[in-house]
Design a protein around this ligand. Structure first.
Ligand code: SAM
Ligand code: SF4
Length: 313
């Protein structure tokens, strides 16, 4: 069964990352097309009753949607949910970190692709690095633990910053996860070979730090290392060089109400208007179908949406 549900609460975003969206943004859905919080809560409750243990709230940028803190408070109350996390670009965390913690959020992943203010601006097109660093520190101070950074490495843009990222997480006793860029259709980067493999990153870090592999206790996609002599960690989500399709137990809910069993597929079921029983049946059917595919790797040739911001990264 699915163990993990990622929920996109909005397709809107205050950033325009080059690998995620075109400069003008993705075609926005109207308010009527976006699921109401009550509808999303019904799907999450049903998914948890069907075996989901972890829920991640994402987007677009989840913190730009009004009422997000109260919504997270409601999700946190769902019996049987073991882990509630949020993926955010961090720009609004100074405002929300403490409130989110009080509402019941367990932990947070913050996307940060450069520690150089100009490169950061170039990647996000509009973002301000200082806001995100202040957001990271606010999340740590609020006790959202563990804080993990998500970093997409892009050759020629931020690949020379690997050691700088490690210094940054060692100083804060947090973790960074390097994510290989996935070639979705909405982006303007050249489609192929725009990712840096785990082996290259490990070799680069090993010039300065000793890495100790963490035994894989979970079925998650990340390959994790402890940075010896620190409280910090580094992980890799290498969907291209080390596909994890065989271990994937993820289900996704898009902001307009489609359940997707796989990122690398056009399969999606609109569950708006369904009763909880019908949603449960749909979840069970999608799980059976997904596990019957026995997929070995993703090629991103056919995806349900053109951008991860619409699917809920
Ligand atoms: N706005 C939030 C953020 O940036 O954290 C949440 C949504 S964003 C779509 C979630 C994650 O997807 C981010 O860490 C982002 O770097 C990642 N992402 C977006 N497009 C990607 C792509 N083409 N390849 C790999 N990761 C991507
Ligand atoms: Fe927005 Fe996140 Fe996509 Fe960047 S990666 S444009 S912050 S949704």
């Amino acid at each position: 069964m699915f163990k993990y549900l990622r929920v996109s609460v909005t397709d809107r975003c205050n950033y325009r990352c080059v690998y995620c969206m075109p400069a003008e943004g993705v075609c926005k859905q109207s308010h009527a097309q976006i699921m109401r919080y009550e509808e999303i809560l019904t799907v999450i409750k049903t998914a948890v009753e069907s075996g989901v243990e972890q829920v991640r709230i994402s987007g677009g940028e989840p913190l730009v949607r009004g009422g997000i803190v109260d919504f997270i408070g409601e999700v946190a109350k769902i019996p049987g949910l073991n882990d509630l996390t949020l993926t955010t670009n961090g720009a609004l965390l100074t405002r929300y970190a403490a409130e989110l913690k009080r509402a019941g959020l367990n932990r947070v992943n913050i996307s940060l692709d450069s520690l150089n203010p100009e490169t950061f601006r170039k990647i996000t097109r509009v973002g301000n690095l200082e806001d995100v660093i202040a957001g990271i520190d606010a999340a740590i101070a609020a006790g959202l633990k563990p804080v993990k950074l998500n970093t997409v490495l892009i050759p020629g843009i931020n690949a020379d910053e690997i050691l700088r990222f490690i210094d940054f997480v060692v100083a804060r006793a947090i973790s960074v996860r390097f994510i290989e860029r996935m070639p979705f259709k909405a982006v303007e980067l050249p489609p192929d070979d725009q990712f840096i493999s785990e082996e290259l990153v490990v070799a680069s870090i090993s010039q300065k730090y000793q890495l100790e592999k963490v035994a894989d206790g979970s079925f998650g996609p990340s390959s994790d290392y402890h940075i010896v002599g620190s409280q910090a960690g580094v992980g890799f989500i290498s969907s291209r060089s080390h596909p994890f399709c065989q271990r994937c137990t993820r289900l996704r809910l898009t902001s307009n109400g489609y359940l997707l069993p796989c990122l690398d597929s056009e399969v999606g079921v609109n569950i708006r208007g369904m009763t909880p029983d019908k949603i449960r049946e749909t979840i069970v059917r999608l799980a059976e179908e997904k596990f019957a595919w026995h997929k070995q790797n993703a090629c991103y040739a056919s995806t349900f949406e053109s951008s991860l911001s619409k699917i809920g990264g």
